[in-house]
Design a protein. Sequence first.
Lengths: 224, 660
Amino acid sequence: MDQAASVETTPGPEDAHARDRRIERAAERGAYWSGSRLFVALSAMLFGGGVFTYFYLHSLDSNTLWRLSGQRPSDFISVPVLGLAVGAGLLAWLYTRWLLRGQRVNPADWRVATGVASGMFLLAGLIQLWGMTRTGFAAGSSGYASTYTAIMPVFAVYCLGAAYWLETGLARSLRARHVMLDEVGEMQQQDRVAFRGSASGAGVFSLFVALVAVATFIMFSVLH
Amino acid sequence: MAIDTATPDTLDEGGAPERPSDVGRPEKPWYAGPNLLTGILGAAIGYLVGHWLGNAIASGYQQYQGSGQNDYAIVLGYVLATVGWLAGMGALTYPVQKMFGLQTSGEEENEHLDPTRRRPLRAYLTYTLDHKVVGVQYVVGILFYFFTGGLLALAIRTELLTPTSHVLPPGAYLEVVGTHGTMMMMMMTSAIIGPFGNYLVPLMIGSRRVAFPRLEALSFWLTPAAYVILLSGLILGGFPTGWTGYAPLSVEATQGQDAYLMAFAVISISMIVAGFNIAVTIVNYRAPGMTWTRLPIFVWSMLVTAMLMVLAAPILTAGCYFTLMDRTVQTALFDVNHGGSSYLWQNLFWFFGHPEVYILALPGFGIALELLPVFARKPLFGYRTAVAGMVGVGLLSFFVWQHHLFVSGMNPDMRPVVMLTTELISIPTGIIYLIAVGTLWRAKLRLTVPALFILGQLFNFLIGGVSGVFLSDVPTDAVAHGSYFVQAHFHYTIMGGLIFALFAGVYYWLPKMTGRTLNTRLGKIHFWTMFIFFNSTFLPLFAVGELGMPRRVFEYEQRLQGLNVWSSISAYLLGLSLLIFVFNFVKTVFVDPAPAEPVANPWGSRGLEWMTANPPLPMNFEHVPTVVSGPYDYGTDAGPMAILGPVEGQHDDNLAGAVS
């Protein structure tokens, strides 16, 4: 250790430990914030690969087999999936936003909204997966069919992932009710920071999944 | 998907557990919890279940019946084996606990936070939350993967000793070439961010932890899974596509191709996770006073690399997934006869593949610029310009991928645009290089072993970089594409740049990790033999390429035998030089008795990482340090870089990167 290591710290050990905790909690808050946004960014790149594939094959129209006439998923599957995912995304995002800002909602409202949103995402994911067996076209019959068959299971997995993330926040708030209180002890601050960070991230991620639902609906059910 | 964090301050000030349930709990024997054996068992069970499931699914498909090839079984086997491996290692315990709102036991955290406990060997074989242990795991893992790839390289050079007599049959030669290339390009993406990024970044920024330790551990434990999957491809007949995996061959190839695709997909996830954790850690966990302009240049290189990994690797994941869909579910994404396009793979792959070149190169430059001021005893020349150069390389790397398609049918009108962007990237790269040279200018350089490796890296990269400019030009690329000229070029940039920097880092930071210094005499012998035989191996290959020898062939013209034999013999000697390192490493770390007093700061560095003990305390620093000056103020009146704790009267309750 060089000479710098021997430099004494001036405040007392109690103050120093308290300072460490304050600093690291602030960092953890930041980590949740930037981590969830970065996760959305990398997910956008993943779906970006799918969107590129869609438009690349669409523009090439190899052997005029981009899309066979009348080929599209059933509206009885795609519309409910869209509605559930968008509804769940907005619900989770709005209620989390309001909760974290201390506006309009109380903890019970948030729990109900989060539980409902989690259930809606779960249902959307399951319907989409079931819908993959009811497309009415062969996976390799066209560029469109191939793209749909490849992208939509990933979207379904993202719906299930959003359901899981929301559910973990709900479960944490039910098992450790203090995490939603404004006034908590020093020992409980860590849980509170983790809960608020995770809830904030889940809200943003839910909104992202809702946007993906809109994008995939436009690509596969609206555009021709 | 939930983002997890450990709770490292679950200990009170004395190091005792906070939770009453942990107090007085007897220590469990090693076999009672997740460990390497349960991981292997989980992988075996997962593979068998996946294989059975794949057979069950495919039994209804005509194309598989009696074909002897069932990609469903292989792919599902690999997927469930990976899941089983992670479950057996304990990686899934926390996500499952979260579903039920349970708190983590804190036991794992205690393992690395209790300063009184000595870390046993088995701690290095577990799913640990200590970033330093993960760093050491990566050191061993990366060297292991590198030497495996190196042995495959020697097999290639053995085959090329004669133009027509063969050691390997043609199919086996292609398998070896493909596995060598994939092993090196795939497994080595984390060659520096894995060992040094994970170990050193928290120490260098003054943090006592990483942001997401579970994700960090996950990133490492995915690599053995990818390694085994990739090598299993040899049992399944290998893959004929080489490391680039071009369609439609990748869709039509036998089951060995599944191994390539799954291994690359697993590694892409590992890259994403590793980069994610490093980036978030750097942004948020910088100590008070560690402003962006005081951030060590190595950490800057880690940040840019991490962002490239996070944003480029998902495209690779998508590409591998799409190919697996073509091979199993019978989509036609890469089949031009059914509305797909084989060029789609080239676009997806190189959108990842070219940033990957900089994922490999930037950390090497980070090490070079980090170490040069230490040995030159003068400030880093043009610190801010170096940062701008790194960020510039990172940004531009996303706009050059199509130069890999120059001769494969891209729109001719697009060629000048891509040529321009490719040549543009040489500007920030050149700036970084000049900053290294500027730091050396009029310096009294101490020629230690790490400094020698850095000088070797600069020499090699100059040749690699200049030859790269030729390949960015359409007319010369049209001639040289697919030849040994390209092969020599990228070996100069990747092995000459990255691997030399890796060894510089190992020699420089091993005292930090172990408290022991590698033998200097052996280190210098290692450097000189490696430097001479590296150049002796790859320099002739430029000529071989110019004389018309294409890559991936096992027969060549008689007139090229002399150069090939020279290159092959040099390659053996290069391998021997690496054995000198292995001997030195094993002797120093495992055989020699521990020094009575661990080495302190053998290089006289100002870096924050050297202000802690060697090896560091379980929590790195007793208190979060306060950074008071820059890391490269050599030869100035600046005091120490940091004070190891709070400073009276200074309001520093926020980390430099904290979000208020």
